[in-house]
Design a binder for this molecule. Sequence first.
Ligand SMILES: [Zn+2]
Length: 326
Amino acid sequence: MCCNDEIRKNFTYQNLDIDLSLVKDLKFFDPHIHMVSRTTDDYQAMADAGIVAIIEPAFWLGQPRTGLDSFRDYYSSLIGWERFRASQFGIKHYCTIGLNSREANNEPLAEQVMELLPRVIYKEGVVGIGEIGFDDQTKAEEKYYRLQLELAKTASLPVQVHTPHRDKKQGTTKSMKIALEHGLDPGMVIIDHNNEETVKEVLDLGFWAAFTIYPFTKMGNERMVEIVKKYGSERIMINSAADWGISDPLAVPKTAALMILKGISLPDVEKVTYRNAISAFGQSGMINEADFSTPAEIDQSASYQKNTILRGGQQPRIDKSSIVIS
Ligand SMILES: [Zn+2]
């Protein structure tokens, strides 16, 4: 049995049996996922579920960085190694580069990062400045958010905005107000982590509204179905934001299956799980759909700076249908 069939079997979501075969002919683009924290098994499962392209925003590692070199190496891994690793599973990897809001509060280090950014953002595969914005909504966060909006304008790159989990409504409104103050075209700004309270204002002001599907918490995918029913599919996109915390790298295909089950039309599903991400981030000039719209030839024995995803003697591509590990 091919691994696709294995992965596309029934799964349970909040007591609903959803069949991933509902989406077996669809392609997905997850525009927010932190793959450095995920395993090769995740890449395999994502490829098998139909995810063909992803965007990895630069963010916080879970503990504070103590020097510029960790930022430098992290950005290099987003542009180099992680891009290669994704390619070994037939997934096209893009990234957004920026100073995250939490670490903007370490001002001496933030100053150094701001000097580094212009040397990174023009590299191949960088489709925006992100994820930037507010966490605790401090003065330092605002300062570096503004500076990075200016950088995005100079570079003509889209901006991926992280909205705060605390005081979300106020933080989202403030993020958009500041972007407009700096003269950014709302069509170049993707406001992320929306919910029912923020979506209307974001769409009314002409920004893109991204939604993160978090398991067990704020934004489950049944609520997402209701949002698409109410607001349609224009300028809306969904993502997993999967990282080192409890999260689900298959959130996009699972939500697509649930949408189909709940009667959302196929063109609308396609827009919020694939097309809109390409339209928004494609404004960087870095996304060529032909790179992922047809299945890629994968050579898992290829190497990146002499490193491969294979360990001594391993054969490329693991047969997931076998319980024997040989
Ligand atoms: Zn994130």
